[in-house]
Design a protein around this ligand. Structure first.
Ligand code: ZN
Length: 295
């Protein structure tokens, strides 16, 4: 299955819903960062939820989600934009624990529960929108649900799940986002809560290989969903050799001189995608020269 988000309305347009398949996106993150199973699930759940929030944005708008829960994986940082391009990393990728008492990857233990979930939205305005809430569970889905209700004041339900193979590769990843639109009648709210309490959990739906459309039908029933559009999503980093070159130039003459004479070259790694950029002594000399020419 390719990675994509489906957007839909449910219950006569009273509820805005999305479901996503993010298996390849999270798989790419797992390979690039060599995350172990519990860390993969944590990073993958955040990437999956952040992607669903980001595809609600428009044009070149983007958002950054940061979760710091005091657990062994450290901080999780995920960038996502309106085009479905998502990238992310965490401080310590080599974290794995025994399954928890429900037989699930113990994401809350890896993330920690003492900290915050923060979202910065760059909407092309002078000031970025920022929202932050304390973590309520460290399991990610519930934390996004709490964030949306308390920081964005939209009653929501977020379900995200990542399944990992024994060799640490990603078996499947996906989720759903349900948001109540203003004026939704109480009767609809009650029905949605009932449906949510009855459905199998998101990991099971993903494990069964349900497509995003099938996931929404499983939650609401075929007659209650009106599909709108789909959007392809992918792991995509914005780093480039040019940007790293500019950063090196920004360090100034003395720094570059030291790299040339002491290190005989330079190496920079992009946090988000783990791509390594190497610069030879000769290339550094050219950057140095460009600084001289400018001045
Ligand atoms: Zn990168």
């Amino acid at each position: 299955m390719r990675d994509y988000v489906v957007k839909a309305l449910a219950y006569d347009g009273n509820i805005r819903v999305q479901a996503i398949c993010s298996t390849n996106m999270v798989g790419e993150a797992q390979r690039r960062h060599d995350t172990w199973a519990t860390a993969s699930a944590a990073l993958g759940r955040v990437m999956t939820a952040a992607t669903m929030l980001a595809v609600q944005l428009k044009g070149e708008d983007q958002l950054t989600v940061t979760i710091e829960g005091g657990g062994p994986i450290g901080a999780i940082v995920v960038d996502a934009n309106a085009h479905g391009d998502t990238r992310g990393y965490l401080s310590n990728p080599h974290v794995h624990f025994e399954l928890n008492k429900w037989g699930k990857l113990d994401v809350a233990r890896a993330v920690g529960t003492e900290g915050n979930l923060s979202v910065i939205k760059d909407l092309g305005l002078k000031e970025n929108f920022t929202g932050s809430v304390p973590l309520v569970s460290g399991e990610i889905g519930d934390d996004f649900t709490y964030y949306l209700a308390h920081s964005e004041q939209v009653p929501s339900a977020v379900g995200v799940g990542v399944l990992v193979n024994p060799d640490h590769s990603i078996k499947a990843s996906g989720g759903f986002l349900i948001q109540l639109l203003p004026g939704a009648p109480d009767g609809v709210i009650v029905q949605v809560e009932k449906r949510l309490s009855e459905i199998s959990n998101v990991s099971q739906m993903i494990d069964q290989g349900l497509s995003p459309e099938e996931m929404l039908i499983a939650i609401f029933g075929e007659d209650n969903v009106q599909f709108l559009e789909t959007e392809d999503v992918q792991f995509q980093c914005r780093c480039s050799r040019e940007a790293i070159s500019n950063a090196i130039v920004g360090l100034g003459k003395e720094e570059i001189e030291a790299m040339i004479t002491e290190d005989k070259g330079a190496e920079a790694t992009c946090h988000f995608c783990n791509e390594i950029y190497q610069f030879s002594e000769q290339e550094l000399r050219e950057l140095y020269q460009s600084l001289i020419d400018e001045s």
